[in-house]
Write a protein of this length. Sequence first.
Lengths: 227, 61, 249
Amino acid sequence: MSHSSMWEAVTGIVRRDLLLAMRRWSDAAMSVFFLVIVVSLFPLGVGPEPAVLRTIAPGVLWVAALLTCLLSLARVFTPDYLDGVLEQMVLVPQPLSLLVLGKVLAHWVISGLPVVLLSPLLGLQFGLEGETLGVLVLSLLLGTPTLSMIGAIGAALVLGVRGSGLLVALLVLPLYVPVLIFGAGAVTSSMAGIGGEANLSLLGACLVLSLFLAPWATAAALRIALE
Amino acid sequence: MQWGSASEFFAMGGYGLYVWTSFIATALCMAWEVLALWRRRAAARAEQRAAMLGGTDETAA
Amino acid sequence: MIWSKYSVPQAFYPLAGRLIPWFAAVAVILMVVGLYMGFFVAPTDFQQGESYRIIFVHVPAAWMSMFLYVVMAVWAGVGMGLNARLSFMMAQAIAPTGAMFTFLALLTGAMWGKPTWGAWWVWDARLTSELILLFQYAGVMLLRTSIDDVRRADRSSAVFALVGVVNVPIIYYSVQWWNTLHQGASVSMATGSKMAATMLMAMLIMTIAFWMYSIAVILARVRCVMLERESLPTWDEKPAAMPEAVEAR
């Protein structure tokens, strides 16, 4: 198999998924609104004290990012599963894990990238500023692809299973813990003046690890689901 | 042996509540697990017997 | 190869049945010995007083909870690799016992933490990874019960168990790292090398007792799973009341 045909398969999937998402843009808009609403609820619940808000900001923003990713996981494979495209993906000569990578990439562009782009605005709501805002954006840029990668495993495992919406949350959230710790930790340590570099590089390590393992596990889960 | 009397033993140097809760909870969990397995096995065997007696008649099982 | 003979359920079922009483007996004997040593031979701890005696159930439960998860993942991996039904059944049989020990480790940990640290719960690396371990056991079991097709249930929960085995050490080290950042909760659970030899001995005996208990219980459960999955009543030692019943028809 030539490299170019594999590359074309991946870009083809990404292009197709993005095109479909553009047609159903309200789905993506909903998850963005969800993020904004969840994040805005916290100051209303906790109180407007700026010092308190700054302290909880990294955790709140990161947990909100986690939940936003979780909500959109059903869209990764379910439509293709229902209309039979997924069964064809298993049969094509290109390795399934590579096609999975394409689908995950598209999922990240649709649901992860908006979170990254919106995060400075949300950070301002919580009184983050300057370098810390930059670290927040960077941590989300490194962390949200990992969330999509891990989430895809869960989405593939619960494909077509009853009660899959809640089940996928139970499966995936424990796996999100390291990313949450490093992501929120980067922002916290930047606020404390230690600099977020160490946490950011650990986030990068998580990304690399998930890049190698997750598509493979997802492909295995998809094959099981389609048997 | 460091226990002067039975009440001293049960008091556990003032930590009786914590110590005995731990040990009793563990014992209860294990007993419950064994009991649950016992009943599960009885149920599974009963079902097999019913299936055997029913033979090809699916509704009997 | 003697082992390959027992890798088919029909042969494994009676073998497991013969082994269960032995493991159960050893477990009971060791538990009695371990409890006696723990309560009557091991001395009072200088710093913690009598509350330290909780470790005689806490540490064995915590060890078993992690060990059983790894064993479950190994069976799951073997099942995936060799397409062996028995391996999946073993993985299925291990999960509830592992989850129970995880729960017990958390509960007894809280019971120990309250008098020792003054708090029921501390976000320390061990407690946190134990909590996530409980979530993962729950995930494995819930995924299995949600899928009706046995073959898919076996394989899907195997994939999740294997993914989880990568996750737990990462969580352990990430929480340790996170605690150094937050400084506050720098608790050390280690009782250190000062532990008296009899304390260590009692703890080890209890651990082996819990191990033997786990084997007995898991073998009993895997037999239940076999009975539920396959309708081959001839496996059973006593073909209960069959002849009369057949004649009666």
